[in-house]
Design a protein around this ligand. Sequence first.
Ligand SMILES: [Zn+2]
Length: 244
Amino acid sequence: MLDAQPITPVLLDAIKVLDARWKELPVDKHEFAASLAKQFKSKGCLSDKQWPWVEKLADAIQCAGVPDFTQAEEKEIGEMMGLVDFFAKAKEKMKWPVLVVHTGVFGFRISPATSLGKNPGAVYVKGNKTGQYVGMVGSKGDWCPANAWSPHSASGASLHALLVKLSRHPAETLSEQGLANGKCCMCNTALSDPISMATGYGATCAKHYGLPYGKAASKSATEKFTGTGSELEQTGYQLAHKKA
Ligand SMILES: [Zn+2]
């Protein structure tokens, strides 16, 4: 029996992009891209070997015009390195990790770039409903927003602040987001278990993403609410990456 990948929202987005826009790819990719989209339509599934190509091709369509950051000179560790590390860790346990977060009226889907693509190690931010490309956290933690999402605009500034917060304090941020939306940010499922409803995310996701849960989570929440801002700044990622 085939060990089929679960079809996550990220993959569904990717196949939708491919189906609708494969003509935007270089001509030599047309036949392959169209055949993937056609196979998915007729069978409702694709193989484990085909899905990474769907992601790679959909990324190529959506990121057309985005510079190839792997060629850039060595960069300073960026302010969002925590997010890159977070997904690197999640990828040890999951093939397709994804976070759904909100700021203001906007929803975003955050997922690591495929290792076959042109920005391995990077993290893509896309519109949650639209799948539209919003920006990329480069593999060195640097934020490269699409023009419309530059931090000079109000919505771009609040997205930037949310991503920085998520990079520095993933558990707290995902908890706050989950509590505000009543859904786990990692699996997009309504929180129903009493402990999950208090934590802001579910037990299984906590395990997969290496986040505290239950007693550990309420302890970190207590620390968070009693700690001062400067103490919080000294936690986790900042300590690990502090410059000498
Ligand atoms: Zn979950």
